[in-house]
Design a protein around this ligand. Structure first.
Ligand SMILES: Nc1ncnc2c1ncn2[C@@H]1O[C@H](COP(=O)(O)OP(=O)(O)OP(=O)(O)O)[C@@H](O)[C@H]1O
Ligand SMILES: [Mg+2]
Length: 395
């Protein structure tokens, strides 16, 4: 994503109501601008006009009456120019807030809002900058609260998006930590990697040369460890090597994505300490919510600071609970919803690929990209994005 030149004006506004114009004028003035930075057309008008470098570092846009989907597309288009985007609107539901944030908006404000609140947001780090700080090399585990909910499919797609030059463009390791039943190598039509088991036995002897010699190369930036052991073999002894291996992977790769069985996760506190983020895939039923809540409670005892992002899987509808209901029951907001996409999944399986590559326009691929943005930007655990806003939404 291109960044606006530093001499670009700090704030410009695209409004479509008197209320929007009033607050935008005050915000623009306080940021040193004048009426020339105040334009009509709202969010959709700003997106229609955007081409090349943005007119301002931050665009304050009013959503008006356009549907949320269209608003999200506009935000994504504007973000592609390098500008930050703040959206104002009348909707005060968490769905609108989340959708716009996931589309890349720095913040969404439901009216009434003051210029002070808007300018306070501008001082925060950008919401959609997915480049991690140099010192932070993310290690992301993906697990399911229940079996067969789509955790492995998600891990694979996140890793491919992370490595994709059109995605996050980072050197990425995909690790299939399901030593008994993992199928990443098979599903991606690659040979198994026996070196993975050697690495788990003696992580202290693993270095960059060993990794390059023993990992499968899935692409210029993506390497894979995936190997089956005998079903009767003791898996726990090998899993003890995971934290040590992760620390070597983090020194060699910009990001590490682990496909992690829930049993493995619950067995080892040291493993939890090695993780940066845990993505937990949860089906929309009472069993799923209950399992997720119990898991989160247990994981918190060993790793109170672990960032957990619950994700709703539509693969199994179960009770068809909404993301909002589930978030309330689990005690954490649902970070994304993975739509059921049988046709696109079939298409991807047939070419032993991923939806990110084989069906990049599918709703699933879009959800993966949005989730990746959240992973790069989600605030520390249990810190709502902006408490006052959420409070205002729910009273
Ligand atoms: N959103 C989806 N739409 C359609 N099919 C899906 C979706 N997510 C996963 N699947 C398919 O459902 C099956 C189970 O998915 P997956 O293996 O990723 O689940 P899992 O949670 O890792 O299961 P396990 O508990 O066995 O590890 C696979 O065939 C996968 O391709
Ligand atoms: Mg799996």
């Amino acid at each position: 994503m291109t960044r606006p030149p530093s001499d670009t004006m700090p704030l410009a506004a695209y409004v479509c109501t008197d209320e929007g114009a009033d607050v935008a004028r005050r915000a623009v003035e306080r940021s040193g601008g004048d009426d020339s930075a105040l334009r009509g057309g709202g969010l959709s008008g700003a997106a229609r006009l955007c081409s090349g470098a943005p007119i301002a570092q931050t665009l304050l846009t009013e959503m008006g009456n356009i549907p949320v989907d269209m608003a999200c597309d506009c935000v994504t288009e504007l973000r592609a120019t390098g500008a930050e985007v703040i959206v104002l609107g009348r909707a005060d539901d968490i769905g609108t807030y989340r959708a716009l944030r996931q589309a890349g908006a720095l913040e969404y404000f439901a009216f009434p809002v003051t210029a002070d609140e808007i300018l306070a947001i501008q001082r925060r780090p950008p919401a959609n900058d997915v480049t991690p700080p140099a010192s932070r090399r993310p290690c992301i585990a993906v697990t399911g609260s229940n079996g067969g909910v789509g955790a492995s499919l998600l891990a694979r797609n996140l890793a491919v998006h992370a490595a994709n030059p059109r995605g996050a463009n980072m050197r990425t390791a995909l690790i299939d930590a399901d030593l008994r039943f993992g199928a990443q190598a098979l599903d991606l039509d690659h040979d198994h990697t026996p070196g993975f088991i050697d690495a788990l036995r003696s992580p202290d002897r693993v270095d960059g040369t060993f990794l390059s010699a023993t990992m499968a190369t899935l692409g210029p930036q993506l390497s894979l460890y995936s190997h089956h052991i005998r079903l009767t073999q003791d898996v726990a002894i090998l899993e003890e090597g995971l934290p040590g291996l992760i620390s070597v992977l983090q020194s060699e790769f910009a990001t590490t994505v682990l496909d992690m069985p829930r049993g493995t996760l619950l067995r080892d506190g040291a493993l939890l300490q090695a993780l940066d983020t845990l993505v937990m895939v949860v089906p929309g039923g009472y069993g799923g919510v209950n399992a997720a809540a119990r898991m989160i409670q247990t994981l918190r005892e060993d790793a109170p600071d672990l960032r957990i992002l619950p994700v709703l899987s539509d693969l199994r509808r179960d009770a068809g609970l909404t993301a909002r209901d589930m978030g309330r029951s689990i005690g954490l907001d649902i970070a994304a919803t993975l739509p059921r996409c049988d046709k696109a999944v079939l298409q991807a399986h047939r070419v032993a690929g991923t939806l990110i590559d084989a069906a990049p326009r599918s709703p699933y691929a879009r959800a993966v990209r949005d989730l990746w943005s959240m992973i790069g930007t989600a605030p520390a655990q249990d810190t709502p994005a902006r408490a006052s806003l959420l409070k205002r939404m729910f009273g």
